[in-house]
Design a protein around this ligand. Structure first.
Ligand code: ZN
Length: 153
């Protein structure tokens, strides 16, 4: 799922949460639930792991990160939240799982092996059992969902 979508859902969860701690953990959990939905990047990741289309995977991630930075700043600038700390904790909680996956991909640190496995258990739950949507279908519907979610913050 787009990082921008995880950040946006994290903001929504954070806005509804009673405090920053629950905002963080609820948004963290939301990440795994969102990743269950097939979103077209399973083959991209598998190719990346095999050493194929590495530039495409890194470009996709970089563009997603830049869009996410813009979305997060736009959320912060466009809205006055009663609970800005909760929203920030939700954004961080929503993004953290993919950041940890990225740290694992770069460092291969042992303390993230199980986390990585858990992340991809959820990420590939439907994809491995059925199939993923095409890359372009995933990008297209995620863009629609991302734009729609901006109206829900
Ligand atoms: Zn993820």
């Amino acid at each position: 799922m787009f990082l921008a979508t995880h950040a946006t859902v994290g903001a929504i969860v954070g806005r509804a949460a009673p405090d920053p701690i629950s905002a963080f953990f609820l948004a963290f959990a939301s990440h795994f639930l969102l990743d269950i939905i097939p979103h077209g990047d399973a083959d991209l990741y598998k190719d990346y792991k095999r050493g194929n289309k590495v530039r495409l995977a890194l470009s996709y991630t970089m563009i997603d990160a830049i869009v996410t930075a813009y979305v997060v700043v736009a959320i912060a600038q466009a809205r006055l939240f009663d609970s800005g700390l909760n929203v920030a904790a939700g954004v961080v909680g929503g993004l953290l799982p993919d950041l940890l996956v990225g740290i694992f991909e770069v460092t291969k640190t042992r303390w993230l092996v199980k986390f990585h496995a858990v992340h991809f258990f959820f990420h590939n739950m439907f994809v491995n059992k059925y199939r993923d949507v095409s890359f372009m279908t995933g990008v297209a519907y995620q863009l629609v969902i991302l734009i729609f979610l901006q109206t829900r913050i």
